[in-house]
Design a protein around this ligand. Structure first.
Ligand code: C5P
Length: 303
C-alpha cells in the first residue's frame, strides 16, 4: 500500500512559563502540552521519482517553506531514501492560533513517511529531526500530553484528568516571533517541577472553580499588542453571560494557548463545553465546527 491518511491533532498549552533565554535568542520554557481532537488530516502518496510535492499548497505559503515539505526533505536527507511523496492537507486547525497546527502537520509527516518509505527511524531519531523544524514539533512526534522544558524539546509524559475544552478564535493572527521578541515579556518566571504541577489544585476533581495551574507568560504581551485578543478574552471572562456551566454572574475561566490568538476554557464534560459554545456562538467566531473539542486522554498510537 502506498497511500496513508494521518491525523495531525492540535495542542493546548495548559500553562506556559518563560524561564530564561538562550544565547541564540530562543526562550527556555516550562509548559504542559495537551492534545485535543481538533485535527488536520494529511494524505500521503508515495512517488518513485524522489520528488516531494504538495497537492494544493496553502494560500500564501511558499511550498518550499511549507513545514510538511521541509519535514519530508529532512527525512530524505537523514535516511538517504530515493523515494518521494505527494502530500495533501485538509486544514482545520486555525493558522497563527497557538494550537500548533503547522508543527503537528510536520510531525505527522515525519511519522507517516518513515512508515510509508520503510526508513525505520526510531521515535527518538524522528524527534531529533523534528526540533530544527520548530520548537513545538518534537512533542507531536512524542505523541502524548507532556511536561516540556528546554525550548520545548525536553519532554516527560504527564497523566492528565479527562476534560473538555471550548476553543475560541479571536479575529487576529499572532506571529510568534513578535511576541517572543517583545522587550516587556516576562522571562524570569520561577522554575517549577513536574511534582509541583501534579500536586496542584488543578488535579482536584469536583471543584467547580479550581482554576488553572500557573499562567501563560505570553498573554500580557499578546493582549497589549493585539486588542482583538484582549477584547475577546475580556468578553469571554466577563460577567455578562451567567450560565449553567459556571457560577452565576461569572464568565468563563479563559486562558490563551501558546502565543495565541486562540483562547480556551476547560470543562468537566463535553456537554458543558457544547452548552457554553452555544451561548457564545451568536456573538463570537469560534474555531470552526470543532470549536468544542474533547481532550484526548492518552496518546494516539503513532508507532
Ligand atoms: O520554533 P518555532 O519556529 O516555532 O519558533 C518561532 C519563533 O518563536 C522563533 O523564531 C523564536 O523567535 C520564537 N521562539 C522562542 N522560544 C521558543 C520557541 C519559539 O523564542 N522556545
Amino acid at each position: 500500500m502506498n497511500l496513508y491518511d494521518v491525523p495531525a491533532p492540535a495542542k493546548l498549552n495548559l500553562f506556559l512559563h518563560v524561564v530564561g533565554r538562550r544565547a541564540d535568542g530562543y526562550h527556555l520554557l516550562q509548559t504542559v502540552f495537551r492534545f485535543i481532537d481538533l485535527a488536520d488530516t494529511l494524505h500521503f502518496t508515495a512517488r518513485a521519482d524522489g520528488r516531494i510535492e504538495r497537492d494544493q499548497p496553502l494560500a500564501g505559503v511558499d511550498p518550499e517553506q511549507d513545514l510538511t515539505v521541509r519535514a519530508a526533505r529532512a527525512l530524505q536527507a537523514a535516511t538517504g531514501t530515493r523515494q518521494g511523496a505527494t502530500i495533501a492537507l485538509e486544514k482545520r486547525i486555525p493558522m497563527g492560533g497557538g494550537l500548533g497546527g503547522g508543527s503537528s502537520d510536520a510531525a505527522s509527516t515525519l511519522i507517516a513517511l518513515n512508515r510509508l518509505w520503510g526508513t525505520g527511524l526510531s521515535r527518538a531519531e524522528l524527534m531529533r529531526l523534528a526540533l530544527p523544524l520548530g520548537a513545538d514539533v518534537p512533542v507531536f512526534v512524542f505523541g502524548q500530553s507532556a511536561f516540556a522544558e528546554g525550548v520545548g524539546e525536553a519532554l516527560s509524559a504527564v497523566p492528565l484528568p479527562s476534560r473538555a475544552y471550548l476553543v475560541a478564535q479571536p479575529d487576529a493572527s499572532v506571529p510568534t516571533p513578535v511576541v517572543f521578541s517583545d522587550p516587556d515579556l516576562t522571562r524570569d518566571t520561577k522554575l517549577i517541577t513536574i511534582a509541583d504541577f501534579l500536586a496542584s489544585p488543578y488535579f482536584h476533581r469536583g471543584q467547580p472553580s479550581r482554576g488553572y495551574f500557573g499562567r501563560n507568560d505570553l498573554e500580557p504581551v499578546v493582549y497589549r499588542r493585539f486588542p482583538e485578543v484582549s477584547r475577546a478574552a475580556r468578553w469571554l471572562s466577563g460577567t455578562g453571560r451567567a450560565s449553567e456551566n459556571q457560577e452565576k454572574d461569572r464568565g468563563l475561566d479563559v486562558r490563551m494557548s501558546g502565543s495565541g490568538a486562540c483562547l480556551f476554557a476547560e470543562f468537566d464534560s463535553i456537554e458543558k463545553a457544547i452548552l457554553a459554545q452555544r451561548e457564545i456562538a451568536a456573538t463570537m467566531r469560534v474555531a470552526g465546527s470543532a470549536s468544542t473539542s474533547q481532550a484526548t486522554q492518552e496518546s494516539p498510537p503513532r508507532f
